[in-house]
Design a protein around this ligand. Structure first.
Ligand SMILES: Nc1nc2c(c(=O)[nH]1)N[C@H]1C(S)=C(S)[C@@H](COP(=O)(O)O)O[C@H]1N2
Ligand SMILES: [Mo]
Length: 292
């Protein structure tokens, strides 16, 4: 339970809030495609929901780890004014370990919602948006697509890599990786994708670790355009069988990745639960010393 809370609440950072302004602008444009009433603001709020970690568990229509937003809206339909404050409180504080009964009612696969790092103003905005949901929310994935990644931090050669540049590393073809959420929920699978090993990328970047004990203190942080982050340790990558399975990938069934994965994504294919370190819309890999 504790690790689940940590994972689900890590994604909203100051940096994410800053880029939201930018993505929010794009989302307004996307609203015209969305063709829903109030589409502009709805799409911008969907971006906020993605960046706040909400969409890892919720959909507009259909059961996820959490209930569909349209079911939440229906539950409070008669009393939206009070419901907005109540929902905002739940978004920030979580629903407590016993939750609100959505799982018992068969409408969610997790019993409770964890606390989330969302400002009071954003929580209100998200609550209002949830209460106005009547069907599937607009697909905003294309706003997060990344066309290149950077490799930064304590490296001799910082890199910028697009799929063409990635193709110059030794290719790895992967048959199938089942995707399992941190909660244990089945999220489908990654199939027939082509990528390269993170090890090969980091070797080209040349990690700078002059002291005998330096590498033991290094973390490798993968960051996506929605602010999602997953961390590896140097020893995991270079001194464990798991490292071989950490891939940056850019092709599926011989075609570029679609908007939902982004053009470039990453997966730690040997993890017990592969969902959390499947980083969609990969943007940056940073090598960082995290202990003195
Ligand atoms: N960029 C980004 N990658 C992400 C997430 C996310 O919110 N943003 N969610 C993760 C989680 S919690 C899971 S379970 C997997 C599978 O998500 P999918 O079902 O959307 O493929 O993607 C992971 N990768
Ligand atoms: Mo997940």
């Amino acid at each position: 339970m504790k690790t689940l809370r940590t994972t689900l609440s890590l994604s909203f950072t100051a940096a994410a809030a800053a880029t939201l302004v930018l993505l929010g602008g794009n989302a307004v444009a996307a609203g015209h495609h969305a063709a829903t009433a109030g589409g502009d603001e709805a799409a911008a709020t969907a971006v906020l929901a993605q960046k706040s970690g909400c969409l890892a568990c919720h959909r507009g229509a259909g059961k996820g780890n959490g209930p569909a937003y349209q079911d939440v809206a229906a539950k409070y339909a008669g009393n939206k004014a009070d419901a907005e404050a109540l929902l905002a409180k739940h978004i920030i504080e979580g629903t407590g370990p016993d939750g609100l009964g959505w799982m018992q009612a068969g409408k969610a696969s997790l019993p409770f919602m964890p606390a989330n790092h969302v400002s009071p103003a954003d929580a209100r905005k998200l609550a209002r948006w949830v209460l106005n949901t009547t069907g599937e929310i607009p697909d905003i994935s294309r706003l997060f697509v990344t066309e290149q990644i950077t490799v930064t931090g304590v490296v001799k050669n910082p890199l910028t890599l697009d799929p063409d540049a990635l193709r110059r590393f030794p290719p790895q073809q992967v048959g199938e990786v089942p995707l399992v959420c941190q909660s244990g929920a089945d999220r489908g699978k990654l199939e027939n994708f082509k990528g390269v090993r993170l090890i090969d990328i980091l070797n080209k970047a040349e990690i700078v670790a002059p002291g005998h004990n330096d590498v033991k203190k290094l973390a490798i942080v993968a960051t996506a355009s929605d602010g999602y982050k997953a961390v590896f340790s140097w020893n995991e990558i270079f001194n464990s069988p798991l490292g071989e399975g950490v891939m940056v990938f850019f092709e599926k069934n011989g075609k570029p990745l679609g908007d939902t994965d982004g053009r470039i994504a990453m997966v730690s294919s040997k993890d017990t639960r592969t969902g959390p370190r499947h980083v969609k819309w990969l943007q940056n890999i940073e090598v960082k010393k995290i202990a003195d």
